[in-house]
Design a protein around this ligand. Structure first.
Ligand code: ADP
Ligand code: MG
Length: 158
């Protein structure tokens, strides 16, 4: 299964949290490819620090549930707390796409419900796979980015 995850951090040493996440992902999955890192303006709850965001492509034989569980353990290990919904976080790992899976019931929504509405997700995803057709939408990542209404800033992070 080919999977795309989004990584985000806007609390504490953001660079270091992403570096630790990359290290853990590379150790756990035989094959992982990372986008560049972007510095992005917060969208949902705007009065909080800017994020670092990155997308990873990986291959797994597992299920979405086992992957989310693993990702949430990683978040926890890196000090993630869930006191303010949409608030600052040391590390957030979301499942963007899981092969051609489409599901909108239960705990997990796949593809991620805000995938096509967020520049901070579409920009790094488009860097990796511009021509990938989104299984729930039927059009490409490139087209989703060209049409997204979100105007929040997404800058390449050096
Ligand atoms: P945020 O929406 O800010 O990422 P959390 O990381 O706390 O908030 O996630 C809230 C819940 O969203 C999780 O408990 C998880 O079960 C659920 N969820 C539903 N779909 C997904 C998905 N595609 N990827 C990650 N989490 C998801
Ligand atoms: Mg999350």
């Amino acid at each position: 299964m080919v999977v795309y995850l989004s990584l985000g951090s806007n609390l504490g040493d953001r660079d270091n949290y992403l570096a630790q996440a990359r290290e853990a992902l590379s150790a756990e999955f035989a094959w992982a490819r990372f986008s560049k890192v972007y510095e992005t303006e917060p969208v949902d709850l705007r009065d909080q620090p800017w994020f670092l965001n990155q997308v990873v492509e990986l291959k797994t034989d597992g299920t979405p549930e086992t992957l989310l569980e693993w990702a949430q353990q990683l978040e926890k290990r890196l000090g993630r707390q869930r006191d303010i919904p949409k608030g600052p976080r040391t590390l957030d790992v979301d499942i963007l796409i899981f092969n051609d899976e489409v599901r909108d019931e239960g705990e997990l929504t796949i593809p991620h419900p805000r995938l096509t509405q967020r520049r901070h997700v579409l920009v790094p995803l488009c860097e990796l796979v511009p021509d990938l057709v989104l299984p729930h939408a039927g059009y490409s990542v490139k087209k989703a980015l060209a049409e997204v209404k979100d105007r929040s800033q997404v800058k390449l992070y050096e």
